[in-house]
Design a protein. Sequence first.
Length: 161
Amino acid sequence: MEKAAKQLRVAAFLFVQSIFWYHQYFTIHLYIVSFDKLNNMKTILIVDDSLSMRDLLRFTLEKFDYEVLVGMDGKDAQKFLDGREIDLIITDLHMPIMDGIEFIKYVRQTETYQYPPILFLTTETQTEKKKQAKDAGATGWIIKPFSPPKLIGAINKVLVG
């Protein structure tokens, strides 16, 4: 009798755990589905001279169903400023040919792109660089290295409010 009771308790525990994990999966799945509907295929332009950083950003953003445009530096990214809708720009600070601050200034002088938020990526912790980027028209910054949840959180903050 005691062996049957023990088996019953184990079976009940496993059943409750299964319900718990199903609930967790269902909740997470609903959150992701809701997030996908929220972003409504927004377009994000990423500008970075580092291939590995471009790949990391592209992978993370496409995972959350963003349309991603990629520029290798500020000069290369100008080809995307052709009137198409861009909801957010993420740019590196230090790049050859045209750095992030020059690129931000260029974007803000373009009538069509005066208002989309611009986040800049930097390893700099100097307040002066952040001030220069803000004065140029940046909305905010992300310090490298960053985690994907932190990136998505920053994007949500500037896109959704």
